[in-house]
Design a protein around this ligand. Sequence first.
Ligand code: ZN
Length: 313
Amino acid sequence: MDALIHGLHHVTATVSDAQADVDFYVGLLGQRLVKKTVNFDNPGVYHFYYGNEAGDPGTIMTTFPYAGMGVRRGVNGAGQIDVTSFSAPAEAIDFWSSRLAATGVPYTGAPTPFGEDALHFDDPSGLHLRLVGTLDDGRAPWTGPDISAAQAIRGIHSVSMTVRHPETTGALLTQLLDARKVGETATTDRYAMGDGTPGSLVEVCRAGGARDAHNGLGTVHHVAFAVATPDDQLRIQRALRAAGFNVTDVIDRQYFTSIYFREPNGVLYEIATLPPGFAIDEPLAELGRGLKLPPQEEHRRALIEQLLPPVTY
Ligand code: ZN
């Protein structure tokens, strides 16, 4: 079978306060809020999508801000994506360390297991982030008045998952999800999909004695991998089901369609299509301006707008 998976599509996290989340990803990291919608499975909660200008797959970080909704803090540990990495030009790492310091965000500078310069810090909800300095990331960045194209984040670099049995996670990645191993250290294996550039990388880290992870505030909920077409999605779904994975039916997420399943160590995976994208319900120039609801929720718009806390950006 030809390679169907192109790389990362998006990373979705359960976070706390909506305004703090927007302030961090838009105000500090300089991402574009490309969609302000609701959690389709819980429309009283926002779903924010951050990315580059169009929210190209591989640049998208998405969050569910659950503050005040009775969701407990998450637990970091085995069976979870523990670190989400963004990519920025290697020469801009000093810019970013100064920017974090000026904003009072604690960080440490330490290379990745594979030798790239990197900054390690948490978002306001405690989500573990890494900014990796890269030389080979050709993606067009979203820029702002105080972040130039030479400095701006290019998109997601990789996800790093912590698992008890890295060999089973690796077997799924290489045998069914079109990945190949491109690096190996005592603690971490790195896999690449597609062209192997930032945005198509997955790290699998040995859990050691780590406790079991639980999703909650400040943890990643799932990672989505990108396929080009709904047909490719069905081919992956068939292959996964034939291999014994419990895969959902195709679900319409308005901006893409999705299937979900748990990989052998418990990490939730999604396979999402490239089309139709975020310009399906508002023009490219106005992405993220209005609250967008899926058609099945439009009749409840007044109620939903009452439930959601106001955010400014
Ligand atoms: Zn998703």
